[in-house]
Write a protein that binds this ligand. Structure first.
Ligand code: UDP
Ligand code: MG
Length: 158
């Protein structure tokens, strides 16, 4: 079976930043071996929020979601790794922390789906779209290898 590296967009949401959970949440992804190729703190603009959550426009929770994501700084990142799109979402757990498996970020650090501490892209197309909302290509730091890449490149796994 072949293994291809993917990229995904992950954000530590304002509730988590305010609660001082930035480092512990970032560590979950870093410990998995995913390579951080983009990382910054920013205030999401109304325009970015509307683009990011366009699929939810018109839903009952939409206005509150936009207020939430623009309520304070987020820590935005681009992660690269094998199966990182689904893998990051598995580390995050279900949208509703009450339904998330213990050991996932949302289960361990959140109680309500309206304040679920973390975002992750759900497919390749979303990942490309969301990365472009928050990062310019030149902001990505791609010219290095993390330990996972150094270890896994030693054998031909294809
Ligand atoms: N959300 C909410 N109420 C809901 C569903 C979603 O407040 O009933 C928020 C929540 O912050 C969630 C985001 O909207 O993370 C996007 O929803 P989605 O269904 O895409 O969940 P995700 O992909 O983040 O797990
Ligand atoms: Mg989603």
């Amino acid at each position: 079976m072949g293994h291809t590296e993917e990229r995904t967009f992950v954000a530590i949401k304002p509730d988590a930043v305010i609660r001082g959970l930035t480092s512990v949440i970032l560590k979950r992804f870093e410990d998995k071996g995913y390579k951080i190729i983009g990382l910054k703190m920013l205030m999401v603009t109304p325009e970015q929020a509307a683009k990011h959550y366009a699929e939810h426009y018109g839903k009952p929770f939409y206005d509150r979601l936009i207020r939430y994501i623009t309520s304070g700084p987020i820590v935005a990142m681009v992660l690269q790794g094998y199966g990182v799109i689904n893998g990051a979402r598995q580390l995050m757990g279900a949208t509703d922390p009450a339904e998330a498996q213990v050991g996932t970020i949302r289960a361990d650090f959140a109680q309500l789906k309206e304040y679920n501490v973390v975002h992750g892209s759900d497919c390749v197309e979303s990942a490309e779209r969301e990365i472009a909302i928050y990062f310019k290509p030149e902001e990505l730091c791609i010219d290095w290898k993390n330990m996972t890449e150094l270890v896994t490149e030693k054998e031909d796994l294809k």
